[in-house]
Design a binder for this molecule. Structure first.
Ligand SMILES: C[S@@+](CC[C@H](N)C(=O)[O-])C[C@H]1O[C@@H](n2cnc3c(N)ncnc32)[C@H](O)[C@@H]1O
Length: 339
């Protein structure tokens, strides 16, 4: 194992842990008639297990596939290809994955600018596209003769635009009030707190409040394209209810499953790489005792750089003994970075 810095909290598998974690991972041979797909992590090639998973099981599908980039996923390299070839690749599984979605279900499909036109084309053949979320993220190499990529797309589609679930109240964002307007001396639509003035705002399709996982965050693994829990928490809270099933056909280090579990949903994930499955299984085990999602606390999505306000809010709500699912673990797992 490579030596890590003192505050590096990247999740690793310790000697002997695999024996505990492997029974938590399903192998395709175990999927027999009457198999219970709830809360399962399947270590398999998606194409080999799609026909074993029943249709119309998922309330929400989150897909974070290999983008059209050359990327090494732990020894298995996905190679960049022409747009047409990438579309063919998407077609080889996308329609069948949509078959797993309930008629009232929602689906999110992640990509970067290079993959995005193919994603939109393929998605519009199966679903009604309702939006494209832009996630502004700070990662990626600078380029001498191009603009550094600082964003990703998340396409949002549904089977039936007249019948789908969307809980906007669950994903409102707490923002600092810049112009505190008052009526008869009282705050209009905002709240005065010891740590500043805040307003709950409707979320737009531009997300600039989420950082990629850093080595100092307990959710971090060595997966090369791990998504932040806060990002998927927004999708899960907006587009599913407690008890619903969240399906992720390319679940990597298990972010969607972990978030589903922390937010009291059921999960079903498929991942081809065994080591990634072990990381996902360990994260799921940890989630049983620590349901904290960094950047989402007290049922509120906080802006970046509001850690001290979050702490004050947690302290005052604790002294008011109000109820927060996350109070037990709040700030015990906060990273060095102020999110
Ligand atoms: C973009 S990553 C997903 C990362 C994930 N969202 C996370 O937060 O860790 C895509 C994943 O798909 C997996 N994968 C690629 N081809 C696959 C296949 N045919 N079946 C199952 N998994 C596959 C890769 O190993 C990789 O972990």
């Amino acid at each position: 194992m490579t030596a890590r810095a003192k505050n590096n909290r990247t999740l690793t598998i310790m000697e002997g842990e695999s024996q505990i974690l492997l029974p938590l991972i399903t192998q395709p041979a175990e999927i027999v008639n009457g198999f219970d797909f709830n809360d399962k992590l399947i270590n398999a090639d998606l194409l080999d297990v799609l026909n074993l998973i029943p249709d119309s099981v998922a309330d929400l599908i989150i897909i974070d596939p290999p983008y059209n980039l050359t990327k090494d996923f732990n020894g298995k390299t996905f190679r960049a290809r022409s747009n047409d070839e990438y579309k063919e690749y998407l077609k080889s599984w996308f329609g069948r994955v949509c078959g797993k979605l309930k008629p009232s279900g929602s689906l999110y499909l992640c990509g970067d600018w290079r993959s995005s036109s193919a994603l939109q084309d393929i998605m519009s053949e199966e679903l009604t596209i309702l939006n494209r979320i832009t996630w502004q993220r700070e990662k990626g190499r600078g380029a001498a003769a191009n603009w550094k990529n600082g964003m990703e797309d998340i396409w949002f589609g549904v089977k039936d635009p007249k019948n789908y679930f969307f809980n906007v109240e669950a994903v409102k964002q707490r923002r600092r009030v810049l112009a505190p307007y008052r009526v008869k001396g009282n705050p209009k639509d905002w709240e005065e707190t010891p740590s500043g003035n805040f307003r709950m705002t409707y979320p737009s399709n531009f997300w600039d409040d989420i950082s990629i996982p850093f080595w100092s965050m307990p959710e971090n693994t060595d997966h090369p394209t791990q998504k932040p829990e806060k990002l998927f928490a927004k999708l899960v809270l907006a587009s599913s209810k407690e008890g619903d099933l969240v399906f992720d056909p390319f679940c990597g280090s298990g972010t969607s499953a972990v978030v589903a579990k922390k937010l009291h949903r059921r999960y079903l994930g498929v991942e081809i790489n065994k080591e990634y499955c072990l990381w996902a299984a360990k994260r799921l085990l940890n989630a049983a005792t620590d349901a904290f999602i960094q950047g989402y606390d007290g049922h509120v999505f906080w802006e970046r750089n509001t850690l001290s306000a979050q702490k004050q809010c947690a302290v005052s709500s604790a002294s008011n003994s109000s109820n927060s699912d996350h109070k037990k673990t709040s700030f015990t797992s906060t990273s060095l970075f102020d999110l």
